[in-house]
Design a protein around this ligand. Structure first.
Ligand code: CP
Ligand code: NVA
Length: 340
């Protein structure tokens, strides 16, 4: 058996090569087609998967659960308040125990070090379902969505506007540059990506032939973009003044004016979700009343426009996560020669 990915963890995108990321995206597309045609793909028959969540989740939790079931595995949800982890037991001890019983572990939480330590001490593949730094299974789904829409990735321009320092900005900037996507970040100076993340992206971009642009000018950021992407203005676990964030990021809101400023009628609009596009949530209603706003990072009009692919992205979390689990744990035939 020669499976190039067997036993690997997905902790962050840069642990993989551009060819490996491309393989995972294309494998996700294949698994999506199998499911659509009701062709069984139970590559993880008899395996047990731990789903460890320090932060809340709808899409990631659902996708890991359904992917595990579709692959013939048994997923077990271990929420923050269900187990000893963090309060009475260290990461290393928890990892050793989980690794002795489960065949793979998903982790969503705060620290990148935690997910790295889980992999180090468990001895089984660990998949990052979001940390403060990276969101690798999200960008696999996003790039699958882009590829389905445009037919290719290399040479596309993706502009991310909003909080340029969060997990989504990091992942899109670095992984996009790895895959030859021109990545533009539009964010105020105080919320631009860390210098080492930009340097990393520039290094990859030089190899893939793409460009990196980081600017505080929203119009310059979105010019000629094939895809406009945004995320919540305050991420999970951040303790910041909402009023200040709103003031900083309002010029970067995706609305009809900013969308028109791409200069392309074919631009698609992306968001990892959940989104504050109206006031129909508890948080949206409270913030809307306090700051006299009816939407935050994206207007409802654009969110629900034909150019928006946000629910395609959400649906693609399933095949993307399934591809990662199957490739790293499925005893498949994926020869090393494909990546030489
Ligand atoms: N996009 C994303 O990760 O969604 P959840 O927080 O619902 O998992
Ligand atoms: N940046 C967001 C992404 C949610 C999927 C957060 O970390 O809350």
């Amino acid at each position: 058996m020669n499976n190039h990915f067997q036993g690997q963890s997905l902790l962050k995108e840069i642990d993989f090569t551009p060819a490996e990321l491309t393989y995972l995206i294309d494998f996700a597309s294949h698994l999506k087609a199998l499911k659509a045609q009701h062709i069984p793909h139970s590559y993880l028959q008899g395996k047990n998967i731990a789903l460890l969540f320090e932060k809340t989740s709808t899409r990631t939790r659902s996708a890991f659960t359904v992917a595990a079931n579709d692959l013939g595995a048994h997923p077990e949800f271990l929420g923050q308040h269900d187990i000893q982890f963090g309060t009475k037991e260290s990461v290393a001890d928890t990892a050793k125990v989980l690794g002795s019983m489960f065949d793979g572990i998903e982790f969503r939480g705060f620290s990148q070090q935690t997910v790295a330590d889980l992999a180090k001490y468990s001895g089984v593949p660990v998949w990052n379902g979001l940390t403060d730094d990276w969101h690798p299974t999200q960008i696999l789904a996003d790039f699958l969505t882009l590829k389905e829409h445009f037919g290719y990735l290399k040479g596309l321009t993706l502009t991310y506007v909003g909080d340029g320092r969060n997990n989504m900005a990091n992942s899109l900037l670095v992984a996009g540059s790895m895959l030859g996507i021109n990545v533009h970040i539009g964010a105020p100076a105080a919320l631009q990506p860390a210098a080492e993340i930009v340097a990393l992206a520039q290094k990859y971009a030089a190899n893939s032939g793409s460009t990196v642009l980081v600017t505080d000018d929203p119009k310059a950021a979105v010019a000629q973009a094939d895809a406009l992407y945004t995320d919540v203005w305050v991420s999970m676990g951040e303790d910041v003044d909402y009023g200040q964030r709103i003031k900083q990021l309002l010029p970067f809101q995706i609305n009809t004016e900013l969308l028109a400023a791409t200069g392309k009628e074919t631009t698609i609009v992306m968001h990892c979700l959940p989104a504050l596009h109206d006031l129909k949530t508890q948080v949206g209603a409270e913030l809307g009343a306090k700051y006299q706003m009816d939407a935050f990072e994206i207007t409802d009009e654009v969110f629900n426009s034909p150019q928006s692919v946000v629910f395609e992205e959400a649906a693609n979390r399933l095949p993307a996560i399934k591809a990662v689990m199957a490739a790293t744990l499925g005893d498949l035939f994926i020869p090393d020669s494909l990546f030489e």
